[in-house]
Design a protein around this ligand. Structure first.
Ligand SMILES: Nc1ncnc2c1ncn2[C@@H]1O[C@H](COP(=O)(O)OP(=O)(O)O)[C@@H](O)[C@H]1O
Ligand SMILES: [Mg+2]
Length: 238
């Protein structure tokens, strides 16, 4: 079996030395689309922040392509190929769509290369192409979210981590968002996403983990989780 691209081992992490994540272990294989699902406050964002180097483990470790990144700074982790798109559509609201995207290329300085990536991305996000000169804050909520993801892809990450992309979107937009994430994964980018929208996330994921009060309480293929009585009762209202 191939090696995991990301492996989280017995992770404890929190704020000011007080853990809110208690022994989380998970893995993502190259090419996979993995979802961590759970209610508000379960610890999804804290887990993502720790993988991306914005928080640090109190205990346990995080391996990316076999390298222990637990003590790495966020910019080093980004450089290794992990791109984190945080919750809440953090874009540069006063800059154009195109400028927002170019800034996402970070370490890439070649204008030709940046242009090439832009054009490639606009195929996945045609709506951004139509609006490339528009100021970001004038986009709709769904378009801003798409822009945040597209910007996260400009650094050509090996692993794209998405935090609550569906939050605040209307149902038709959520569906579009999930289709877009599927399309990104099909182009070869490994995706780890966290979602409160359990059903929607599991419908596009290969595998999933259920997180509750800082612990993984269930893991399996997306199908197994969708069929699980516990998941259906707790998250799908069935
Ligand atoms: N900056 C912070 N300082 C202290 N506690 C926090 C902070 N951010 C989140 N928490 C706490 O950590 C727990 C997990 O939160 P979070 O990871 O944001 O959950 P989720 O993303 O699943 O909603 C919650 O109990 C939350 O109150
Ligand atoms: Mg969160």
């Amino acid at each position: 079996m191939a090696d995991a691209i990301l492996r989280v081992n017995d992770l404890y992490t929190g704020y000011d030395g007080i853990p809110v994540i208690f022994g989380v272990s998970l893995e993502v294989m190259p090419g996979e689309l993995v979802a961590i699902v759970g209610a508000n406050g379960a610890g999804k964002t804290t887990t993502m922040r720790t993988i991306s180097g914005l928080n640090h483990p109190l205990k346990g470790n995080i391996l990316f392509e076999g390298t222990d990144i637990s003590k790495f700074a966020a910019h080093e982790i980004l450089k290794l190929g992990i791109s984190y798109v945080p919750e809440g559509r953090r874009i540069f609201s006063k800059l154009s769509v195109e400028k927002n995207l170019s800034l996402g290329a970070y370490t890439e300085h070649s204008k030709t290369e940046i242009r090439r990536r832009l054009e490639e991305l606009l195929e996945i996000f045609p709506v951004l192409g139509d609006r490339s000169k528009q100021i970001a804050e004038t986009l709709s909520g769904g378009e801003q979210q798409m822009l945040a993801i597209a910007r996260g892809l400009m650094s050509r990450p090996k692993l794209l981590m998405l935090d609550e992309m569906s939050l605040g979107l209307m149902p038709s937009m959520v569906e579009k968002m999930m289709d877009t994430i599927t399309a990104i994964n099909r182009t070869g980018t490994t995706v780890l996403l966290v979602e409160q929208m359990v059903q929607e996330a599991l419908e596009i994921a290969h595998r999933g983990y259920v997180i509750q009060s800082g612990k993984i309480v269930q893991a399996g293929t997306a199908r197994e989780l969708l069929d699980s009585e516990e998941v259906r009762k707790a998250y799908l209202g069935m």
